[in-house]
Design a binder for this molecule. Structure first.
Ligand code: ADP
Ligand code: GLC
Length: 465
């Protein structure tokens, strides 16, 4: 019997994206649909908000209008079908703009987004077997399915909740959450929705779903500890003890990230990569030297500040190319330094084309993360023969092996420099070894095949009870 999996997420590539969450939703469902065609038989739907500006160059086909309890205006649902996956977009008041998050009414927007889903499903006469919700934006959905009146086809449906990032929890005033969601007030207790006086939407997902996953086995262990638990370690530890917490390693869209067919910096073999590097350095007016890249959201998690601290020493030996945006302080410091300091190129912003050229053109890629649930950037780098120099944590620990990349133990600039120096020694003293590392990196298989099967297996176990 075909299993109908319905993913729910606030971002999905190529329609909306702020980080790796979008990449996962842009790749995992496609792979699950493909597995479906190979006999495991899955029907895959992804539900996401219909933002004012959707990427990908397609417009959803309008399907239906429906009412959501508590909302004055009706909601609408549209559809795009691609690669065997059905993407449903929920159009509602509050989502007219291009921004995904950071608005004053974020809570209201995402509560109503979650509330709309069972009614959109009913309007379209769908019948999902599994609802797979991702991160805080869809964290309330499992609780809504259990504790509020929903159409019959959504009653008792099994739920999976995936934590992509424990630092974004969605904390709000309990009365606002209760009044918008319609959830009963007696759920606001320490084993339920309550969290240090607030209601926590990510915690709601953890507590009220049938299974909880996170995006690497390493991070699944780490989040049950004080160091990484973001105050949810107790809840997560209990979840693990109950056998409800699983670590499933993310994969990559191996076609989207393929050096041979790359739309911005295509190359074949190591000679091709050397040419792409030359072109990149020339276009950025950098000298021919060993070159480091970093592409990231600027958030405390990512350790861009450690790179700034280490920059003086790094620039003695390397060019450093940085692409990113987010926190204002590193943006301002790097903009200033980028203007006056030779060997440093900083581009502030989100730039898909430049990102491809950096992944393809630099020698090594920096990821000095304080924590990293999985990390996709290191996998992308390796696909392009770029060796990661990464902090030994979470998903970086699970994906960067010492025969290919360079792990360093601490989130300090000294530890980072120890890592880059080790890499530099190989790059300069043992070029043959560097070449073999590159070749090995480029043959690694990061496809979603294994991860997609692991999720399907988990769904089947839940359904079988
Ligand atoms: P996270 O999800 O924590 O941001 P990941 O490594 O999982 O980290 O995924 C980040 C994704 O976002 C990668 O696809 C990366 O290439 C992309 N990305 C991050 N910052 C930028 C940027 N400034 N421009 C283009 N792409 C970016
Ligand atoms: C998060 C994490 C990142 C992970 C991504 C996709 O944003 O920070 O480590 O790769 O989600 O799961």
């Amino acid at each position: 019997m075909a299993l109908h999996v319905m993913h729910v997420s606030s971002e999905v590539y190529p329609f909306s994206k702020t980080g790796g969450l979008a990449d996962v939703l842009g790749a995992l469902p496609l792979e699950q649909a493909k597995l479906g065609q190979n006999g495991e038989s899955a029907q895959v739907t992804v539900v996401s908000p219909w933002y004012g500006r959707l990427g990908g160059g397609l417009k959803p086909e309008y399907l239906a209008q429906f009412e959501v309890p508590g909302m004055a205006e009706p909601s609408q649902v549209g559809r795009i079908v691609q690669g065997g996956v059905t993407y449903l977009f929920i159009k509602q008041k509050g989502f007219e703009g291009p921004e995904l998050y950071g608005l004053a009414n974020d809570l209201e927007r995402f509560v109503y987004f979650c509330k709309a889903i069972p009614f959109a499903v009913a309007a379209l006469e769908l019948r999902p077997d599994i609802v797979h919700a991702h991160d805080w934006g869809s964290g309330l959905l499992p609780a809504l399915l259990r504790f509020t009146p929903v159409p019959p086809q959504m009653q008792g449906v099994k739920t999976v909740f995936t934590i992509h990032n424990l630092q974004y929890q969605g904390r709000w005033n309990p009365w606002d959450v209760l009044s918008w969601s319609g959830l009963p007030a007696d759920l606001v207790h320490p084993d339920g929705l309550e969290f240090y006086g607030d209601v926590n939407l990510l915690k709601a997902g953890v507590v009220y779903s049938d299974a909880v996953t996170t995006v690497s086995p390493g991070y699944a262990q780490e989040i049950t500890t004080l160091e990484y638990g973001e105050k949810l370690e107790g809840v997560l530890w209990r979840t693990q003890q109950e056998g409800r917490l699983h670590g499933i390693l993310n994969g990559l869209d191996m076609e989207r990230w393929n050096p041979e067919t790359d739309p911005y910096a295509p190359f074949e073999g190591l000679e091709g990569k050397a040419r792409v590097k030359q072109e990149l350095l020339k276009s950025l007016k950098l000298e021919s030297r060993p070159t480091l890249g970093l592409i990231s959201r600027f958030a405390q998690q990512k350790g861009v500040d450690l790179v700034i601290e280490a920059l003086g020493e790094l620039l003695e030996d390397w060019n450093v190319i940085i692409l990113g945006n987010g926190d204002v302080f590193p943006e301002r410091v790097l903009t200033l330094l980028g203007k006056y300091v030779p060997g440093l190129h900083f581009r502030q912003g989100y730039d898909e084309a430049l990102a491809h050229r950096i992944y393809a053109g630099v020698d090594a890629f920096l990821m000095p993360s304080r924590f990293e649930p999985c990390g996709l950037a290191q996998m992308i780098s390796m696909r392009y023969g770029t060796l990661p120099i990464a902090r030994d944590t979470g998903g970086l620990h699970d994906t960067v092996t010492p025969d290919i990349g360079f792990l360093f133990p601490d989130a300090t600039y000294e530890s980072l420099l120890e890592g880059t120096n080790r890499a530099l020694e190989v790059f300069q003293q043992r070029p043959q070894e560097w070449r073999s590392r590159m070749e090995a990196a480029m043959t690694l298989d990061w496809s979603w095949r294994k991860g997609a099967s692991e999720y399907l297996e988990l769904y089947r176990r839940l359904i079988a009870g």
